[in-house]
Write a protein that binds this ligand. Structure first.
Ligand code: M6R
Length: 365
């Protein structure tokens, strides 16, 4: 089963070009310049009445929900909120009948996510699941949804399910956008970009050797910061969680510009900052955030676009990934962060597939 890989986590990281192809298979209609879903069980008329979307999830799935918020607000112009399932289940936020709920979950068995979904369903809201495991509790109880088709994920650290969640949410944003403001031409242009994703991920996987080198250099640090802005902010949170859960190193993810409001006090020579900064409209701003860290003596590891020579002058280490449009960067940028955590954990002798204190699905509250 493991074939040539030492761990399931590494195998699953390398499976991503394929799992992403499976997530998008049959779901892009060039003719209609939109995405196609078989299982939403909501008509376009139902969807036009939706005025607000709430995503609920835990852990890594909560991070993909944040990516979904950015995507759907930008592309479909529908207000989105992201709620931790463990909080939503006991809160009583005002929600009118035009609110649509999405539970995002790899396993479909997370107790808090299931409870939040049930509570929202009880209140009469339509509930959807974005789920990997077919026939799981959440998939069964939701009124409809989207299966990821990423294949079984064995490693406790979610990797391929995360990238497939981000991709499914991109397709959802395209579909909802095309029901509203997004033109035929813009829909077609999005499809062209989306189709490139598996190949871009394949290229991003070529950073493996570099990630291993960087891991060797920083493996003994006890604190890491992960920083990014806009679409790369949820990626920073996800990078920090990956490192925490499998290497037991303390890591924090922040929107890069929030550093000056407190966390910058943590920066010293032993605290590396991982900047997620492929090209985009926010690049110059992130560059100034990076310079603030350098000025305080903090080592900087940059995840940057191929061909970005300027970053090599300022960062201590650069891991290059292929450039893509901003809304697809979460998928491509996640790859080196997964690899970096994997190598650091292996070098520290940790059990990457079964980290201490954790289970693959959290079926208790
Ligand atoms: O199966 P789910 O997506 O509902 O699981 C949610 C979290 O427990 C899960 O993402 C967890 O954070 C992972 N270990 C992260 O890698």
């Amino acid at each position: 089963e493991l074939k040539d890989y030492d761990h399931y986590m590494l195998k699953e990281i390398f499976e991503q070009p394929e799992s992403l192809r499976n997530t998008m298979r049959g779901r892009l209609s060039e003719d209609m310049a939109t995405a196609v879903f078989g299982g939403l069980n909501l008509t376009p008329q139902d969807l036009l009445k939706v005025k607000r979307i709430v995503f609920t999830a835990c852990g890594t799935s909560w991070h993909s929900a944040m990516v979904g918020e950015y995507l759907i607000e930008e592309i479909a112009q529908i207000p989105v909120e992201v709620e931790y399932a463990s909080e939503l289940r006991y809160r009583n936020p005002p929600m009118d009948e035009s609110t649509l709920i999405f539970a995002i979950t790899q396993s479909g068995e997370t107790a808090d996510t299931l409870a939040a979904l049930r509570e929202m369903k009880r209140k009469g809201h339509p509930t959807m699941a974005i789920c990997n495991v077919v026939g799981s509790s959440i998939a069964q109880e939701a009124d409809g949804g989207i299966y990821l088709h990423a294949g079984p994920e064995i490693g406790v650290a979610s990797t391929k399910a995360y990238s497939s969640q981000c991709l499914a949410l991109t397709l959802l944003a395209l579909y909802l956008g095309r029901l509203r403001h997004l033109s035929y031409n813009k829909g077609r242009a999005m499809i062209e970009r989306i189709k490139e994703v598996p190949d871009l991920v394949e290229k991003a996987l070529e950073s493996n050797t570099k990630c291993r080198e960087v891991a060797e250099k920083y493996k003994d640090c006890n604190n890491f910061l992960y920083l990014g802005r806009h679409y790369n902010f949820p990626t920073a949170l996800e990078g920090a969680l990956k490192l925490k859960e499998i290497s037991y190193i303390h890591a924090e993810g922040y929107p890069a510009a929030e550093m000056k409001h407190g966390p910058i006090a943590l920066v010293d020579e032993q605290t590396p900052s991982v900047f997620v900064m492929p090209h985009g409209f926010i690049y110059e701003k992130v560059m100034s955030n990076l310079e603030e860290i350098k000025a305080r003596g903090g080592p900087v590891i940059a995840i940057a676009a191929e061909g970005d020579e300027r970053i090599a002058e300022v960062a201590d280490d650069v891991i290059y990934i292929p450039q893509t449009v901003e809304y697809l960067q979460p998928i491509v940028s996640a790859i080196p962060l997964q690899l970096l955590s994997y190598h650091i954990a292996v070098l520290r002798g940790c059990d990457v597939d079964k980290p201490r204190n954790l289970a693959k699905s959290v079926t208790v509250e």
